[in-house]
Design a protein around this ligand. Structure first.
Ligand SMILES: *[C@@H]1O[C@H](CO)[C@@H](O)[C@H](O)[C@H]1NC(C)=O
Ligand SMILES: *[C@@H]1O[C@H](CO)[C@@H](O)[C@H](O)[C@H]1NC(C)=O
Ligand SMILES: *[C@@H]1O[C@H](CO)[C@@H](O)[C@H](O)[C@H]1NC(C)=O
Ligand SMILES: *[C@@H]1O[C@H](CO)[C@@H](O)[C@H](O)[C@H]1NC(C)=O
Ligand SMILES: *[C@@H]1O[C@H](CO)[C@@H](O)[C@H](O)[C@H]1NC(C)=O
Ligand SMILES: *[C@@H]1O[C@H](CO)[C@@H](O)[C@H](O)[C@H]1NC(C)=O
Ligand SMILES: *[C@@H]1O[C@H](CO)[C@@H](O)[C@H](O)[C@H]1NC(C)=O
Ligand SMILES: *[C@@H]1O[C@H](CO)[C@@H](O)[C@H](O)[C@H]1NC(C)=O
Ligand SMILES: *[C@@H]1O[C@H](CO)[C@@H](O)[C@H](O)[C@H]1NC(C)=O
Ligand SMILES: *[C@@H]1O[C@H](CO)[C@@H](O)[C@H](O)[C@H]1NC(C)=O
Ligand SMILES: *[C@@H]1O[C@H](CO)[C@@H](O)[C@H](O)[C@H]1NC(C)=O
Ligand SMILES: *[C@@H]1O[C@H](CO)[C@@H](O)[C@H](O)[C@H]1NC(C)=O
Length: 689
């Protein structure tokens, strides 16, 4: 043999050896997997605490003289002594929520007191008040009058929804000695404290940034899960004051029945909104499977339905009753999603008449064009809602498709399935005729504008309002061309950066099979948020400016911005359902599909649970082979699809019974195995040509 041949032989041997080693490694992982069926192998990424008693982790600033301030973070030594006019800002290391308590060791006299202020962002740390929960002003300082030594617990209506920085202010001549500051963590009120980190799902890949993003999204939604008697009390809904003016704040409004509720933001608004739930719900399924909370929250929206018209509210109680065409539809999608992921047919059945009543209301708004005409300005605080809006029409088309599927599942012969199908087809053809704009490669917002919105174009792809793969690809690449350094802007919201609308865009890129695009947007936008020094490094903000500053176009009051908004958690579900590609197709997961799309990743290991059990996939991708281990509950049935390699493929699959299957496919073809029984499968595709 010539040297070149030896070399080739050597390379092939190495390649073979590395494949064998890799397969061996995967086997070991797989066995480990069997042992720890429910444990999360990536526990250390979880941001949620392991105890409800939280201590500050660092002192971020001291004003004036405070002796032995380190006591406040070390829990030992002599008490901290606040001397004359002085203040300290403590950092809890991550965004948290709860009730503060102070242990006062002693004071010089009865006139002493300590004030406390909160902030999620370091930008609003102040001795004058907290960051804001209302449209105007800032939230006033909470004063603890300290006539005698003892433990002071902030009353429950002054539970702070979210904060990372806690400041303690002393304003008089004299001394106050403080021996401890703690916060009782109030999020996820219905969980035992040792359950807060017991996630039912996990995600891991070979990109650390994406791993951290996944867990920050999951934690953001946990912070937005609150005790329903401590929502917004709406005391300052209509008042105006000059900016920066301190004003009262209380978190004691009742927003739902039951023991937990899912709100838009942890600091504010602390109200139930269906659009926020639409993004948070699949994040919950991916991480904690806390569908109990989703159900309580949906109950409170359906309890407010106007039974004479069928209209659902824009917001849950105690917000004044307002209608929104899109949020009405989001509520219906959330109920259908709840049913899909929980398999709770009984609960769905109890609301199905109300669902149909609400759908009828939307259908009555369809005019002679075949499209729904929007007559409510309310949406996610984007402007220009009205007319034959693309987002609303794509959503209605989607709701009709979901309604037909559910009616069939329920054997509801009274449901007007044929009429629904006709109306849906009509929306699809009319929207494409009137609103699709081939020269720009996007849909227009409505018939009287050239603005091409982010939300409506994302929804058109998500809902399958688009008519071909090519059209989806055009939208995906046109949207990607609008990206800036800080993410994907929303022209329909004055080019604000909306992690909500961009969360929809993420799903659209994945639906267009552009995993590389979706991953790039996650890194760019959610990576920006996670690393920004003025954000919390642990939760995702509700919105910001094109230039990255903490100003969100719909608000005049920058201090009001919420840094833990469940609607910004889309990567948590997009990575699970889109990139790991685990999809639930029938209630509870009786039918599923696993279609990983790794983009530029080489390894993805992800799983979550439903009532039926665990759904997991571990995929390793190399130039010449791909290996996938999948794991689904017994008694279910599904489909596995793998991306093609750059060569002719041969796939070998080992099933539960040790059956070995060989599949051959030509270059560029997907490897697809349909009607696979639930259980454990291992599939290896290798290049042979
Ligand atoms: C601070 O602590 C040190 C020892 O840890 C102690 O000597 C000192 O008296 C304390 N200061 C005050 C004002 O209590
Ligand atoms: C606190 O103020 C009092 C009265 O003005 C003064 O006598 C004392 O020295 C001050 N203490 C400190 C530590 O500055
Ligand atoms: C508290 O401070 C007062 C006034 O300085 C002092 O008389 C008293 O002994 C102190 N009590 C304790 C328990 O340190
Ligand atoms: C500490 O002093 C700085 C500078 O004067 C001020 O901006 C800040 O609000 C003060 N912090 C507190 C908690 O009072
Ligand atoms: C949560 O997980 C921990 C550690 O695995 C375990 O000790 C604890 O019992 C679990 N708690 C619940 C409520 O499942
Ligand atoms: C705010 O104003 C609206 C009318 O503009 C009124 O219906 C509502 O009751 C007011 N809310 C409060 C809390 O004052
Ligand atoms: C909230 O608490 C404040 C202060 O205690 C009280 O005035 C108000 O009535 C409470 N509101 C509700 C809705 O309970
Ligand atoms: C609580 O349940 C009752 C009875 O179903 C309902 O009338 C009420 O609106 C619910 N409250 C909230 C805040 O959802
Ligand atoms: C619908 O009909 C099918 C076939 O008869 C049956 O298996 C299924 O249980 C029915 N579903 C419901 C919700 O009644
Ligand atoms: C999407 O719509 C096309 C027709 O435009 C149809 O062929 C396809 O089956 C639809 N896909 C889904 C998932 O419904
Ligand atoms: C996928 O997204 C990338 C951005 O990462 C974009 O450049 C590309 O055009 C998109 N591809 C398709 C086929 O849509
Ligand atoms: C953080 O806020 C400060 C003060 O507003 C500002 O100077 C700084 O540029 C901000 N940093 C980032 C990364 O936005």
């Amino acid at each position: 043999m010539s040297n070149a041949r030896y070399y080739l032989f050597f390379v092939l041997c190495l390649q073979w050896l590395s494949q064998v080693c890799d397969i061996f490694y995967q086997r070991v992982q797989w066995i480990k997997d069997l042992v720890q069926v429910s444990a999360n192998p990536y526990q250390h990424y979880i941001i949620a605490p392991d105890s409800r008693t939280l201590y500050p982790t660092a002192i971020s600033k001291i004003n004036g003289t405070i002796e032995n301030a380190s006591r406040l973070i070390r829990k030992e030594g002599n008490p901290a002594v606040f001397n004359n006019v002085s203040a300290v800002t403590l950092d809890f290391g991550k965004n948290i929520a709860g009730l503060v308590s102070l242990a006062i060791a002693n004071t010089t006299d009865e006139t002493q007191s300590i004030g406390i202020t909160f902030s999620e962002s370091p930008q609003w740390i102040s001795g004058l008040g907290s960051d804001a929960t209302a449209e105007k002003g800032i939230d006033e300082t909470f004063w603890i009058e300290t006539p005698s030594p003892g433990l002071y617990l902030v009353p429950r209506e002054h539970e702070r929804g979210a904060f990372r920085y806690l400041s303690m202010i002393h304003k008089s001549v004299g001394e106050v000695k403080v021996s401890q500051v703690t916060t009782h963590f109030t999020a996820m009120p219905h969980y035992d404290e040792d359950q807060l980190r017991n996630y039912t799902g996990y995600f891991h890949c070979d990109d650390e940034l994406l791993n951290h993003i996944w867990y920050a999204g999951a934690y953001t939604v946990q912070l937005c899960t609150i005790e329903p008697k401590h929502g917004n009390s709406m005391v300052h809904l209509n008042e105006t004051v000059p900016s920066g003016t301190p004003r009262t704040w209380y978190n004691n409004g009742t927003i739902a029945n039951g023991t937990s509720a899912l709100v838009d933001g942890a600091k504010r608004d602390r109200l139930i909104f269906s659009a926020d739930t639409f993004i948070a719900l699949p994040s919950i399924v991916s991480s904690t499977y806390d569908l109990f909370t989703v159900r309580n929250s949906l109950d409170s929206l359906f309890a407010r339905q106007d039974r004479s018209t069928g209209q659902l509210p824009y917001v849950g109680a105690p917000y004044p009753w307002v209608y929104s065409t899109t949020y009405h539809l989001y509520t219906l999608v959330c109920l259908a999603d709840y049913y899909l992921f929980s398999g709770d047919a009984e609960y769905f059945a109890s609301l199905w008449p109300q669902f149909k009543l609400a759908l009828d209301f939307s259908l009555r708004a369809i005019d002679s064009t075949g499209l729904i005409s929007v007559d409510s300005p309310h949406d996610w605080l984007r402007f220009g809602m009205g007319g034959h809006n693309i987002e609303a029409n794509a959503m209605l088309y989607y709701v009709l498709c979901r309604s037909i599927a559910v009616a069939r599942l329920r054997n509801d012969t009274a449901a007007p399935i044929i009429a629904w199908k006709q109306k849906g087809d009509r929306i699809k053809s009319a929207a494409n005729a009137y609103l699709w704009d081939p020269p720009t490669g996007l849909y227009r917002d409505n018939m009287s504008t050239t603005l091409a919105p982010q939300d409506g174009n994302a929804w058109a792809v998500l809902s399958n309002l688009t008519q071909s793969d090519e059209q989806r690809a055009v939208i995906s690449s046109t949207l990607a061309r609008r990206w800036v350094a800080t993410g994907a802007p929303s022209p329909e919201a004055h080019y604000a950066m909306s992690p909500f609308a961009s969360g929809l865009e993420l799903q659209a890129h994945l639906r267009a099979e552009n995993a590389t695009g979706a991953l790039e947007l996650m890194r760019r936008m959610w990576g920006f948020m996670l690393r920004n020094e003025n954000m919390t490094g642990s939760t995702f903000v509700e919105g910001y400016s094109l230039d990255g500053s903490l100003r969100y176009a719909p608000y005049q009051n920058d201090a009001k911005l919420s840094h833990a908004h469940g609607w910004s958690s889309s990567p948590t579900s997009s990575l699970m359902f889109g990139v790991a590609g685990i999809r639930i197709l029938a209630p509870g997961g009786r039918r599923w599909s696993i279609e990983p799309m790794l983009g530029d990743l080489k390894l993805v290991d992800a799983a979550f649970r439903t009532v039926l059990g665990r759904f997991g996939v571990r995929v390793t991708k190399r130039r010449t082979y791909t290996k996938a281990l999948i794991h689904t509950p017994a008694g279910t049935v599904g489909k596995l699809r793998l991306e093609p390699l750059e060569c002719d493929n041969v796939a070998e699959a080992w099933g539960r019974q040790g059956v070995r299957i060989k599949l051959r496919s030509r270059a560029g073809e997907q490897i697809e195995m349909d009607e696979i029984e639930g259980g454990r499968w291992e599939v290896v595709i290798i290049c042979v040509g």
